[in-house]
Ligand binder design. Structure first.
Ligand SMILES: *[C@@H]1O[C@H](CO)[C@@H](O)[C@H](O)[C@H]1NC(C)=O
Ligand SMILES: *[C@@H]1O[C@H](CO)[C@@H](O)[C@H](O)[C@H]1NC(C)=O
Ligand SMILES: *[C@@H]1O[C@H](CO)[C@@H](O)[C@H](O)[C@H]1NC(C)=O
Length: 254
């Protein structure tokens, strides 16, 4: 316990130093600056998804279909990078179980491939993506392309029977972007008829519908519009948390 706390404290300190270093003018170097711990360049997607939140169902399917390897090798390819759209567990729970279990192994694999793009897309590029829709996914071909829309900062991904909202940025540092979706994408090519889908699951934190105040979350979205400020707020803390978690876990393995 004490060791964990110490490691945590050191990690937080390192992060604070790193942030400070990047935002301050360097002071006159009286003492040599401590070497900052190297930023984790390599992102392990499976680790990220399992640590970052409610993406266990998605990760399970990615593993089962082998698509995690496809995404990871693209993540390792720092020239292009990867963008992964991770439906939350509640999104999978909302889809009629039979619709998914009826799929052949090939169809399930294709469905998973639809949840990624073979390029790193920071959030700032989504209005351009919207303009160039439909955007191809890993599944390839126009029939598996998705439409991106950006309505005053609320980003949605449209695929056949589903319109998914981008609810948060889990991680976004070149070459890897992972965004959370409130729905599973349902291309018509895979689902000839509309699968039964329960109403949009209530998101865990940021309220999307209704007026429930989100205590302690400054700039929480109201009335379904995720304004850019609150989104970037959550990105920052989400990213920080993910980095922190990765650092702590790697330190603990020492
Ligand atoms: C990605 O890179 C890591 C670290 O170099 C390596 O361990 C892993 O096997 C690579 N994965 C794939 C799928 O290329
Ligand atoms: C699943 O497959 C069964 C048998 O082929 C079929 O009767 C049923 O309608 C299918 N369900 C869905 C949701 O596609
Ligand atoms: C994308 O939008 C176009 C034009 O509205 C539409 O014809 C197409 O079916 C949409 N594709 C998807 C995957 O939703």
């Amino acid at each position: 316990m004490e060791l964990k706390n110490a490691v945590l404290a050191v990690t937080v300190l390192c992060l604070a130093l790193l942030r400070g270093v990047s935002s301050q003018k360097p002071a006159v170097a009286a003492t040599p600056a401590p070497a900052p711990s190297p930023a984790p360049r390599h992102v392990d997607l499976a680790e990220l998804l399992s640590l970052a939140g409610p993406y266990g169902t998605f990760l399970g399917y990615l593993t089962k279909t082998g698509v995690i390897t496809t995404f990871q090798s693209q993540a390792n390819n720092t020239d292009q990078g990867v963008t992964v759209f991770a439906p939350e567990d509640s999104a999978f729970a909302a889809v009629d179980g039979a619709a998914l279990s009826n799929l052949t192994a090939d169809q399930l694999r294709t469905l998973m491939l639809c949840h990624g793009m073979p390029r790193y897309h920071p959030l700032s590029s989504f209005s351009a993506l919207a303009a160039s829709s439909p955007v191809p996914t890993f599944a390839g071909g126009q029939q598996y392309a998705v439409n991106v829309t950006d309505a005053a900062g609320t980003i949605r991904i449209e695929s056949g029977w589903a319109t998914a909202k981008l609810v948060s940025s889990v991680y976004s540092t070149s070459p890897v972007a992972v965004y959370a979706l409130n729905r599973v994408l349902l291309p018509e090519q895979i689902f000839p008829t509309a699968p039964e889908v329960a109403p949009v699951p209530a998101p865990a934190q940021a309220p999307v519908h209704g007026d429930k105040a989100n205590d302690g979350a400054p700039g929480a979205a109201e009335h379904g519009s995720t304004d850019a400020k609150s989104l970037s707020c959550r990105i920052d803390s989400g990213r920080l948390l993910a980095i922190l978690a990765l650092m702590v876990s790697s330190l603990l393995m020492l």
